[in-house]
Design a protein around this ligand. Structure first.
Ligand code: CMP
Length: 139
């Protein structure tokens, strides 16, 4: 089933000029980049985006990090895109990421783990709507 997921290329990756290399892994996996924009997240945007984690010990560090440099927000489309992108990213903790995954290849740390991807189709819709209008996504 064709579906869409939301992706962020994080500041650790944009800082090292890895946008193209990460996009190549995404496209080689059969996912299509149907929306993409480079933005500087505001604190309010990062806090709202990661609202589910607001009581976690790593929340402050996460918001500081996500606002520390530019990110690339993306909409990816493909067969089972949510699950497929999670495979392509690898485990959240890069120490556990499988060979060939974006995080195994490029992540620096648990916080600086290069990419974010939605964890469910429902959350994908919510996350996409935080950064894209329908007109900005061209399938
Ligand atoms: P992400 O998929 O963007 O969602 C929340 C982020 O918090 C996660 O990726 C990690 O980069 C970051 N994070 C930092 N520390 C932890 C932790 N101990 N557990 C889970 N996520 C963490």
């Amino acid at each position: 089933m064709t579906e869409r997921t939301f992706s962020i290329i994080k500041p650790d990756a944009t800082r090292r000029n890895l946008t193209g290399k990460i996009n190549a892994v995404i496209e080689d996996a059969g996912l299509r980049i149907v929306g993409q924009r480079r933005v500087r997240m505001s604190r309010a945007q990062a806090e709202a985006f990661y609202g589910v984690h607001k009581d976690k010990p790593f929340f402050g560090e996460l918001v500081d990090f996500m606002t520390s440099g530019p990110v690339v927000v993306q909409v990816l489309e493909g067969d089972n895109a949510v699950a497929r992108y999670r495979e392509v990213m690898g485990a959240t903790n890069p120490a556990n990421a499988a060979p060939g995954t974006i995080r195994q290849l490029y992540a620096e740390s648990f916080t600086g783990n290069s990419v974010h991807g939605s964890d469910s189709p429902e959350n994908a819709k919510i996350e996409i709507a935080q950064f894209f209008t329908d007109a900005d996504v061209v399938g």
